[in-house]
Design a protein around this ligand. Structure first.
Ligand code: ATP
Length: 307
């Protein structure tokens, strides 16, 4: 099966003043769930829109199975199912009708395919609302409807822009399980999300965008195994501490006047706990927490969306 390849994609807006994507090159393989992460305005949606052929790049190429999606946007649309970030309320149309409409447009729906539709409704546990019209659905159910519309007749390439936003924890898990099955059956799955815990748990690979640049492209397994050997000690202190107050060779990040974050390797944990105990005895520590490192913490160190 073919990879989706993007090469040197660059997109600017406002006469070149805003660079949404800067020279991005990468590949997406069938069977892999890739999470696309990054701060607000990092360029994630712009990248999806260029893959889909909705936005034309200033330069670069998007190719799949011998087709250029930039030169052949209609081919792109037939090969891609996309769940957009904003979904229109489906006024007067029931949840079931919305999903069935997509299935019919894609030429999948006939008498036999009804069970296919029911399978999606059951998998996402939304059957109870099958006959409810769009305007009466909650935000989360509208999002689930939009997800079901994207997956009911899945194209080889599947793009999702924040599919789990507003969705409850049980159904968020169901969404990721569904994505796992789609990947297993050979689809290319790309998911824009800010939920790094879900990325850690369910995605195979993640890309991190920062101000339009691709700054990280890593397997989540690799990232977790690297992080497993690290822990994070967070502290709130009674008085400001200086670098000299901490054990030597420990790297301290000051989050605010009295808050500190320390990344500890395995061998630094015992000395750090001994040091912490002394400071507790001196009544200098207000609160502390020691936990395994997470993608969340690592992300904070790599990107600063405020700049
Ligand atoms: N049509 C447009 N016209 C002008 N600027 C745009 C347009 N679309 C996107 N941008 C700008 O391009 C940059 C990237 O936007 P994009 O929507 O791709 O970011 P994002 O990573 O998807 O953000 P979010 O997480 O908030 O959805 C931003 O600075 C945005 O303001």
């Amino acid at each position: 099966m073919s990879n989706l390849s993007i090469h040197s994609i660059t997109k600017t807006f406002n006469h070149g003043q805003v660079t949404a994507n800067d020279n991005i090159s990468t590949q997406f393989s069938p069977g892999v769930i890739t999470a696309l992460t990054g701060h607000n305005g990092a360029g994630k949606t712009t990248l999806l829109n260029q893959i889909m052929g909705i936005t034309k790049p200033d330069k670069g190429s998007v190719t799949f199975a011998g087709h250029s999606f930039i030169q052949e946007p209609s081919v792109a649309r037939s090969m891609i199912s996309m769940m957009p970030q904003l979904h229109a309320p489906l006024t007067g149309v029931t949840l079931r009708q919305s999903i069935e409409a997509v299935s019919r447009i894609r030429g999948h729906f006939d008498g036999d395919r009804k069970s296919e539709l029911d399978k999606v409704l059951n998998a996402l546990k939304i059957m109870d609302w099958a006959n409810t019209t769009g305007e009466k659905l909650s935000g989360g159910l509208q999002r689930l409807t939009s997800f079901a519309m994207t997956v009911v007749a899945p194209a080889p390439i599947l793009l999702f822009d924040e599919p789990t936003n507003d969705v409850d924890p049980v159904r968020r898990k169901l969404i990721w399980q569904y994505l796992g099955q789609l990947a297993e059956s050979g689809h290319i799955v790309i998911v824009v999300t800010h939920n790094l815990l879900e990325v850690d748990q369910y995605a195979d690979r993640y890309l991190l965008l920062d101000h339009g640049h691709l700054i990280k492209d890593e397997s989540t397994n690799l990232a977790s195994s690297n992080r497993l050997s690290e822990n994070v000690l967070t502290l709130t202190t009674k008085r400001p501490l200086s670098v000299d107050d901490f054990p030597k060779s420990i790297k301290v990040k000051q989050d605010s006047a009295l808050e500190y974050e320390i990344i500890l390797t395995h061998s630094q944990i015992i000395p750090a706990i001994n040091w912490l105990q002394q400071r507790i005895d001196l009544s200098e520590i207000v609160t502390y927490n020691l936990a395994p490192n997470s993608l969340d913490v690592m992300y904070g160190g790599l990107t600063d969306g405020d700049k």
